[in-house]
Design a protein around this ligand. Sequence first.
Ligand code: SF4
Ligand code: SF4
Length: 69
Amino acid sequence: MLNIICKHNCKDCYALRICAVQAIKDQQSSIYVETDDCIGCGACRRACVVFSYDQALKEKTVEWLKGAA
Ligand code: SF4
Ligand code: SF4
């Protein structure tokens, strides 16, 4: 399932670039994660402050980032 993560859409999304399985997509000026492809490595959360510090996002992603904190 494609889940929206960020509407910032930085010029060069660090999270998108670091994802080894290309689960992070840039579509319609927003950043999405394809949860079926995500392996829960947590690299995106280390690469981007949005992934790391946004509490609402943290709660939203807990389910698919199993054990990746
Ligand atoms: S996920 Fe992070 S790096 Fe990517 S566009 Fe959003 S704020 Fe920028
Ligand atoms: S946790 Fe998932 S979306 Fe994030 S970098 Fe790892 S595989 Fe990609």
